[in-house]
Design a protein around this ligand. Structure first.
Ligand code: UT7
Length: 322
């Protein structure tokens, strides 16, 4: 018997119905479709409607991931939801999702690591599976950033969208190459003021808004993500040439292109959703994975490299063979 590993067994995603184009934003905000496309690659974003909450979107994505794997809610041991925009301080989004799915066992918790949340949650779930504490896990990113955006700040309002993505992990101890190979996490709180939310739950007199020094975050992103992808490849004795797919956090096409160039990966090996989803924070990687697996681009046996950077600063990478 070999050591336990986590297999990526199911994929799901949910995007709110309402699509907001750059042109629509430009009708009331001092911005333009040309500026947004040129600086970010974004053409549109989905925005939560009345019925869309962090819980409802997470549950929809989770259901799809379980269906993909042919699993039932009661097969799930752990539910981890990465979110910076929970509906409530507590109970956690994860336990609400448990209830929505009709789970009667297992455990769930939320994890806050901003845009790196999915990589962090994947790492936690993988550790639970490797240690034997869980035999399966739903790893979900669900975000409603439209709730924390300042409508008067063109520097941030145009960048984000809402949505949820999920991956269902199962444990295996059979010989083989498939599964999560390793995950690598970093944070540096000295940069906490480059990207933050200026309030907390309970401060109802002052709505909390996302604030960002975009230029500085951009500068950190390219350098830190490049060393992060080097780190995960070196840890597994692999090189850039072994990577079949880059599934990056979707903040800005210029950042994605920068990391892809460093890996010498042609654009057709990079999964891009930022043009249609904008930045959905912790949901962006599982949404991109779901899309590329379902449309047949990513196949079993492919080596998939994931990376993200976000508020904290937090950043990290993960390598998985599907
Ligand atoms: O996911 C979490 C991590 N986040 C990121 O990775 C985001 C990283 N940062 C970025 O992606 C980019 O820095 C931005 C897209 C946020 C901004 O792009 P930039 O090329 O760094 O632009 P900038 O902030 O240097 O702004 C350039 C100009 C400024 O005007 P002046 O000072 O040159 O006159 C801005 O006021 O563009 C102006 N500007 C806008 N103009 C039209 C800023 N936002 C807008 C806008 N529309 N929406």
């Amino acid at each position: 018997m070999t050591a336990k590993r986590s297999l990526l067994s199911g994929f799901g995603g949910y995007l709110p119905e309402r699509i907001v184009t750059n042109d629509e934003l430009a009708t009331w905000l001092d911005t333009s479709d040309e500026w947004i496309r040129a600086r970010t690659g974004i053409a549109q974003r989905h925005m939560a409607g009345e019925g869309d909450t962090a819980v409802s979107m997470a549950a929809q994505a989770a259901r799809q991931a379980l269906d993909y794997a042919g699993a039932r809610p009661d097969d799930v041991d752990a539910v981890i939801v990465a979110t910076s925009t929970p509906d409530q301080a507590f109970p956690s989004t994860a336990v609400r999702v448990q209830a929505e799915l009709g789970m009667t066992g297992g455990f769930g918790f939320d994890l806050a690591a901003a845009c790196s949340g999915f990589i962090y949650a994947l790492s936690m779930a993988d550790s639970l599976i490797r240690s034997g504490q869980a035999r399966s896990a739903l790893v979900i990113g669900s975000e409603v950033y439209s709730r924390i955006l300042d409508k008067s700040d063109r520097g941030t309002y145009v960048l984000f969208g809402d949505g949820a993505g999920a991956v269902y992990l199962t444990s295996t101890d059979e010989a083989g190459e498939a599964g999560i190979l390793s995950t690598h996490l970093h944070s540096d709180g000295r940069y906490g003021d480059l990207l933050f939310v200026d309030g907390a739950t309970g401060q109802h007199d002052k709505p909390a808004h996302l604030r960002m020094n975009g230029r500085e975050v951009f500068r950190h992103a390219v350098g830190k993500l490049s060393s992060s992808v080097d780190e995960v490849l070196a840890a597994n004795g692999l090189t850039h040439a072994d990577v079949n797919w880059l599934v990056p956090h979707q903040a800005n096409l210029r950042i994605i292109d920068g990391v892809a160039r460093k890996l010498a990966l042609p654009p057709e090996r990079v999964v891009v959703t930022v043009d249609r989803h904008a930045n959905t924070s912790a949901a962006s990687i599982p949404l991109a994975l779901n899309e590329a697996v379902r449309d047949g681009r990513i196949n079993r046996g492919d080596l998939v490299l994931m990376e993200a950077l976000g508020g904290g600063l937090t950043w990290g990478s993960a390598l998985a063979r599907l």
